[in-house]
Design a protein around this ligand. Structure first.
Ligand code: 2P0
Length: 348
């Protein structure tokens, strides 16, 4: 890390969302946002957040807009608390103006905290005069949102939890330093596609993932089994990636997502993200596999189904998902790149 230039600076950064192939679902330390286990994801080029940050000595408080509208008090408070980490690191007290825009197709209901905090981490640190390594950025992004640590990198990405069973190769003593993401360069990255099937129908908003994973950890009789499953699935997924074995990776991806949802469903009271169309999508995915296509489903904290497939089968998979009852929109995404600065200038 080194100071780059004096304030005020205005920096715009872009980051892509990611879909977990081995899910993050549970924390071991909420205050520092440390995950209970590692996770593994694919960064997606189709889902992008662009965030502009300017530290301005004239501002009495941080301000934030999301998609052109003022952010709510909760979102602003969370962002402001996170910006305090950047200010502490840069040795400044200056308040910031944050403008963030999600370039996600329509109102898909897809989560944007991963791309949001990844873009914010890069823009805010640069605007504060810091130049961090990708690893340092991933740690900072993780403190905003766990999945954001992965969106600092492009392609296939592994987030180390930093626990004794999931340490990075060069683990150090502090928990925070050990919970960081790394890219997993692989020839598979250019082959893989994610077909995203949006399940519509005016479904009421369900419980957010942050509250849901805490509730699951506290009440689900299957939570411990879920964490144990992740610790088996992570090395198996890395081995499949290293071997370029899409079928082995796909089978793990679908099984891991179903295990996460099984743990959530067993929470008391239950957390059920699925809609009837979610199950219809999974039936389509099974039929596609029966017909010899590469297709494995995964779901996050919502009803949508993302289908891991290959470039060769992506169009056929997308057509089948489009024809599934209850699916309102389908998009195909290739792997996306890492978070990047798109503009860095002295503020006016
Ligand atoms: C994931 N999810 O691995 C999992 C799968 C949702 C289901 O990461 O509390 O918004 O901000 O650290 O990153 C969503 O959790 O949670 C998530 P916080 P985040 O993608």
């Amino acid at each position: 890390m080194s100071p780059s230039s004096p304030l005020p600076r205005a920096v715009t950064a872009r980051a892509h969302a990611n879909i977990a192939l081995v899910k993050y679902w549970g924390k071991r330390d909420a205050a520092r946002n440390l995950p209970a286990a590692g996770s593994l994801s694919l960064t997606l080029d189709a889902l992008t957040t662009v965030t502009h940050v300017a530290f301005d000595p004239a501002l009495p408080a941080d301000t934030m807009s999301l998609d052109g509208r003022p952010a709510g008090a909760g979102e602003l408070g969370r962002t402001s608390a996170w910006l305090d980490l950047v200010r502490a690191r840069a040795g400044i007290a200056t308040r910031a103006r944050v403008d963030s825009t999600n370039h996600f197709p329509t109102a898909s209901g897809l989560a944007s905290s991963a791309s949001g905090y990844a873009a914010l981490a890069l823009a805010a640190t640069r605007a504060a005069g810091l130049t961090l390594t990708a690893r340092e950025l991933s740690i900072l992004a993780r403190q905003g949102s766990g999945s954001a640590a992965r969106s600092i990198f492009g392609g296939l990405v592994r987030l180390h939890a930093g626990t004794p069973t999931d340490r990075g190769a060069d683990a150090r003593s502090s928990d925070d330093d050990e919970a960081y993401a790394v890219a997993l360069p692989s020839p598979l990255t250019s082959t893989l596609r994610m077909v995203i099937a949006i399940v519509g129908g005016g479904v009421p908003k369900t419980i957010g993932s942050r509250d849901a994973m805490d509730h699951c950890a506290e009440t689900s009789p299957f939570y411990a089994a879920w964490i144990a499953a992740v610790e088996r699935d992570l090395p198996a997924a890395e081995a499949a990636i290293a071997a370029g074995d899409v079928a082995a990776l796909g089978a793990l991806v679908e099984a891991n997502a179903l295990a996460m949802h099984a743990a959530a469903i067993a929470s008391r009271p239950a957390i059920i993200y699925w809609q009837p169309a979610t199950l219809a999508c999974l039936a389509t995915v099974r039929a596609l596999r029966g017909a010899g296509r590469a297709a494995w489903g995964t779901m996050d904290a919502g009803p949508h189904v993302k289908v891991l497939t290959t470039a060769a089968d992506a169009d056929a998979v997308a057509a089948a998902m489009r024809a599934t009852a209850g699916v309102t929109e389908v998009m195909i995404s290739a792997a996306g790149g890492p978070a990047v600065v798109v503009e860095d200038a002295a503020a006016c």
